[in-house]
Design a protein around this ligand. Structure first.
Ligand code: TA6
Length: 314
């Protein structure tokens, strides 16, 4: 099937955007994906949702992103894992509980719009034209663009263009699922002294008591928090895998940290046995009260850059 505004057949994608060996197109997880190879790394990007599903560095064997063991494209719902794109709202719809959580682009086909490759870098660009969306669903005119660059690091940028005549209110996230060896051996630094909204207290914001993050974050039960204020670099120290994952975000005034822990993982049903122990979400976001208001004809960019290195290396 050829999308109104783009290609989803592999031969068409390969002919227009293949850049062997750096960018090629295959069928994986039941749908079309792009496979990026550069800088001794491989990344897999689903056309559905413009979602990075995997990033592996050959030098440091092992996956850097966590993916559901039952990940399947084309099932009409978002795939859990990798880096889902939450747009044009984060979490439940601000007014209508019947609307899908985290917006309407995670399970939708995007249009491949560009690619480039060299030995050291491979880039893919995908676009979602939301001007065709029913105004009853979403009364704004906008387009989203995802640019994924695989090099020594993995950089994902989400740009929103306001194509309408009204200011566009936007919340969003690049909902990154990091792979960890065992959540019990992980600590997260970089959010010290930030206030946060604890989603488990039905969104009660710990402000009056100036509830701030004291010291590093360790996960010993379900954690679902929107940390406010632009962070510096966030570091996930994974002692069992002997590595540090660093996340640097721009255009982001909030960071979401999430681990479902045991009961919620069982309710969700797609994390596999003990899956909650193997993942930690560190999300570049503008969420909760951090609503981005984009003027007509203006553009906003949210960027997350992820790097990994052995513990203790410079
Ligand atoms: O980012 C944290 C969160 O908002 C959690 O509340 C949880 O719902 C998670 O996203 C996953 O959402 P999903 O719709 O992908 O199951």
């Amino acid at each position: 099937m050829v999308e109104r505004s783009g290609l989803t057949d592999l031969s068409g994608l390969e002919a227009r955007f293949g850049r062997a060996p750096g960018v090629r197109f295959e069928n994986r997880f039941g749908g079309p994906v792009a496979v990026l190879d550069a800088a001794g790394s491989t990344a897999v990007v689903a056309i559905q949702g413009a979602q990075v599903l995997s990033w592996q560095r050959l030098r440091a064997p092992g996956e850097i992103l966590w993916l559901s063991p039952v990940a399947k494209l084309g099932a009409g719902k978002a795939v859990r894992g990798g880096v889902p794109v939450c747009w044009p709202w984060f979490g439940p719809h601000p007014e209508d509980a019947k609307m899908p959580a985290h917006g309407f682009v995670r399970a939708a086909p995007w249009r491949v719009a560009g690619s480039a490759a060299s030995a050291r870098r491979a880039t893919l660009v995908l676009i979602f034209d939301a001007t065709a969306i029913d105004p009853a669903l979403w009364p704004f005119r906008a387009a989203a663009e995802i640019e994924i660059t695989l090099a020594e690091t993995l950089t994902i940028s989400l740009s929103t263009s306001n194509l309408g005549d009204e200011t566009l209110p936007l919340t969003q996230a690049l909902h990154t699922y990091l792979a960890v060896g065992d959540i019990a051996d992980v600590s997260l630094s970089g959010l010290e002294d930030h206030t946060y909204v604890d989603q488990l207290d039905s969104g009660t914001r710990h402000v009056l008591g100036r509830h701030v993050q004291a010291g590093e974050i360790v996960v010993t039960s379900e954690v679902d928090r929107i940390y406010q204020g632009a962070p510096g670099t966030i570091t996930v120290l994974d002692r069992s895998l002997g590595r540090e994952i660093r996340v640097s975000n721009t255009g982001s005034r909030s960071t979401v940290i999430w681990n479902p822990w045991i009961e919620k993982a069982e309710r969700l049903g797609d994390l596999g046995h003990d899956g909650y122990r193997r993942m930690l979400c560190v999300e570049a976001a503008n969420a909760g009260d951090d609503v981005v208001r984009i003027a007509p004809r203006a553009r906003h960019r949210l960027v997350t850059e992820i790097s990994v290195r052995p513990i203790g290396s410079s």
